[in-house]
Design a protein around this ligand. Structure first.
Ligand code: ZN
Length: 311
């Protein structure tokens, strides 16, 4: 089962010729989720082939570089005669800004749009075997991060043991046992599911901070995350500026990933002053964090592996 991330926009507040403003596209088994929608996001979606099948847009905060793509995207959806509803999730207190963006040219989209205010701890979306949860970040405005958290998966079915040791013929009993049901064989033997089914295996976790200083709430939300996508606007020589503008340095993002024991760290929201050279970002993050840390390019995709997959 695929959980695929496409980095649509990895620049900081000002775009560059290489990097578009913030947007992250997540595709999971037919569900397409968009996180933030900076200016030009719709064109990035075309360019990188994500399609427009998004039913949920999750906004971390309403600074322009994260939301100015909303009027254009919804207008194109309208031209495409969309009739499916769209949910726009925004931090509590930002409903009126979201409404203004949707109504920017004086006409509302002709398809239904629901604006949903979320607070830290809320389940913004309860999907099929996964949730999108909001968590606290610190950007000195109404802001949340989002965690995509999959349910546990069933344990592994030990087919060899079932067939050879317990003598159960392959058939419907296998699926009943795998579902956790007890099975009685023709000779009267009762087989408990635990005999052939291992412990439940954790699903995947993908965490996106949006803009933030380094916070303990991110460490909690990103505990054991398979991928953490974190603000890394600056490098350490501009730590003061990061603090003043409520952003993070690459090293701070690395430190958060280490404390959370995340497996991988993608550094985004790269300030335009570093156009063309992100070596220092990667070096600083890797000094703080042992897992894979990198600055993705716009258009790059990443398939998030299961925690128990071989790396
Ligand atoms: Zn911001």
């Amino acid at each position: 089962m695929s959980l695929r991330v496409t980095f649509l926009g990895t620049s900081g507040a000002i775009p560059t010729t290489e990097r578009n403003p913030a947007a992250l596209f997540v595709s999971r088994e037919g569900d397409d989720l968009l996180f933030d929608c900076g200016e030009g996001t719709q064109r990035q979606m075309m360019r990188y082939g994500t399609g427009f099948g998004v039913d949920h847009l999750f906004v971390t905060h309403t600074h322009g570089d994260h939301v100015l793509g909303i009027p254009g995207l919804t207008q194109t959806m309208d031209f495409n005669e969309r009739d499916r509803p769209l949910a726009v999730h925004v931090p509590a207190g930002e409903r009126s800004v979201a409404k203004r963006l949707l109504h920017a040219t004086g006409t509302d989209p002709s398809f239904p749009v629901r604006v949903n205010e979320v607070r830290a701890g809320d389940v913004a979306l309860s999907g099929d075997e996964y949730e999108v949860r909001a968590f606290d970040v610190n950007h000195r405005t109404n802001a949340v991060g989002y965690a995509v958290v999959e349910d546990d998966r069933k344990g592994r079915f030990d087919r060899e043991k079932a067939e050879e040791e317990l003598g159960i013929e392959p058939g419907p009993e296998y699926s009943r046992l795998h579902r956790g049901e007890t099975v009685e064989l023709d000779d009267g033997t009762v087989v408990q599911p635990e005999a052939v089914v291992g412990d439940p295996r954790p699903g995947r976790k993908l965490v996106y901070t949006g803009d933030t200083t380094p916070t303990g709430s991110t460490v909690d939300a990103a505990a054991d995350a398979d991928l953490l996508v974190h603000d890394a606007t600056f490098t350490s020589e501009l730590a003061d500026r990061a603090e003043a503008t409520a952003h993070s340095t690459a090293g701070q993002a690395g430190s958060i990933a280490r404390q959370a024991e995340a497996k991988r760290l993608a550094l985004v929201h790269i300030s335009s002053r570093y156009a063309g050279d992100v070596t220092d970002h990667e070096t600083e993050a890797r000094e703080a964090f042992d897992g894979r840390a990198w600055v993705p390019n716009d258009g790059e995709t990443f398939e998030v592996p299961f925690p128990d997959a071989e790396n």
